[in-house]
Design a protein around this ligand. Structure first.
Ligand code: KIV
Length: 289
C-alpha cells in the first residue's frame, strides 16, 4: 500500500516515518520564495527546505556564511505563504545557534513564531548535538545535518566529500547517532560515499535524507536552482539537471528586448482602448485648450 499523502494535506513527521517504514523514498527540495514554494507543492514533494544555500542561489553571496537571520526569516515567510501540504524546514544560519543553548532556542523560536516553519535545521555533530538536545527539550523539532556541512566547509578542507576513510566514516556515523539520540526528527547527510550512507541509514530510526550520499537512504534533497538549471555554473557531482530554466529565461528576455527594440511589442492586443467616442472627445478637449 502506498503511503502517499493526498495533495494539499498538511504532512506530519508521522508521514515521513511511514514512508521510511514502507521503503518509499521521501522527496525534499529547497525553495526560497513564494513561486518556488508553489512549484514544489504542485510537483508533489514531501518536504521543502529553505536552505541557507539561499545565500548563494538568490542573494549572491559567495558562501552560506554571511546570510543573516533576518534574511532567512524573510525568505522562509515567503515560502510559507506558498506552501500548504509539505513539511517546511528552515535552516538556522551560521552564527545564530552555535554559541549557547539559549541562543539556539531564541533563534529557533523566532523562526517558528515569525515564519510558521515546521522544523529547523542545524549543521554538524560535536557541540551542535547539545544545541539539538536543548531545542528538542524546548519543543522545537530539529533536522540534523552531517557529512559535508557547508557552514563550516573551510574547517573540513573545502567543499569536498566527507567520510572517505573508515575512521572518518565512523565519525560521520557517530555524529548521526548522537543527533538522533539528542532527539532530531530527521537527518540530512551530505556528500559522503554511498557505502557510508548505506551503513548509516539502517542504524537510524529517523528518516535519513541524502544529498550526494547515494541511493541507500530514505530520501533525497536537491537545491532548486541546481536541479532546474537556474544556476548553470559548475555544480557538485551529485547534481542532476532536470530542466534548463536559465537558458529559457535568457532566451525569453532576449526575445522581449528584440521586440521592444524593433517595435513589434507591444501590439494592439497588449493595450487598452478608451470607451467609444472618448478619443475624439479628448481630441476636442485638447484642441480647445
Ligand atoms: O542549504 C541547503 O540548501 C542545504 C541542503 C543542501 C541540504 O542545507
Amino acid at each position: 500500500m502506498s503511503v502517499h499523502a493526498a495533495p494539499g494535506r498538511r504532512r506530519t513527521l508521522g508521514d515521513l516515518a511511514a514512508k521510511k517504514a514502507a521503503g518509499e523514498p521521501i522527496v525534499m527540495v529547497t525553495a526560497y520564495d513564494h513561486p518556488g514554494a508553489q512549484i514544489a507543492e504542485e510537483a508533489g514533494v514531501d518536504m521543502v527546505l529553505v536552505g541557507d544555500s539561499a545565500a548563494m542561489t538568490v542573494l549572491g553571496y559567495d558562501s552560506t556564511v554571511p546570510v543573516s537571520v533576518d534574511e532567512m526569516l524573510m525568505l522562509t515567510r515567503a515560502v510559507r505563504r506558498g506552501l500548504h501540504g509539505p513539511l517546511l524546514v528552515a535552516d538556522l544560519p551560521f552564527g545564530s545557534y552555535e554559541a549557547s543553548d539559549e541562543q539556539a532556542i531564541a533563534t529557533a523560536q523566532r523562526f517558528l513564531k515569525e515564519t510558521g516553519c515546521d522544523l529547523v535545521k542545524i549543521e554538524r555533530g560535536g557541540t551542535t548535538v547539545d544545541r539539538a538536545r536543548a531545542l528538542v527539550a524546548a519543543g522545537i523539532p530539529v533536522v540534523g545535518h552531517v557529512g559535508l556541512t557547508p557552514q563550516t566547509a573551510t574547517s573540513l578542507g573545502g567543499y569536498r566529500a566527507q567520510g572517505r576513510t573508515a575512521e572518518a566514516a565512523l565519525a560521520v556515523i557517530d555524529s548521526a547517532l548522537a543527533l538522533q539520540d539528542a532527539g532530531c526528527s530527521v537527518l540530512v547527510v551530505e556528500a559522503v560515499p554511498g557505502e557510508v550512507a548505506a551503513a548509516l541509514t539502517p542504524l537510524l530510526e529517523i528518516p535519513v535524507i541524502g544529498i550526494g550520499a547515494g541511493a541507500a537512504v530514505d530520501g533525497q534533497v536537491l537545491v532548486f536552482h541546481d536541479l532546474l538549471g537556474i544556476y548553470d555554473g559548475p555544480a557538485p557531482k551529485f547534481v542532476k539537471r532536470y530542466a534548463s530554466l536559465r537558458a529559457e529565461a535568457v532566451a525569453g528576455i532576449s526575445a522581449y528586448a528584440a521586440e521592444v527594440r524593433s517595435g513589434a511589442y507591444p501590439a494592439a492586443e497588449h493595450g487598452y482602448g478608451m470607451a467609444p467616442g472618448e478619443a475624439s472627445r479628448l481630441d476636442d478637449l485638447l484642441a480647445g485648450r
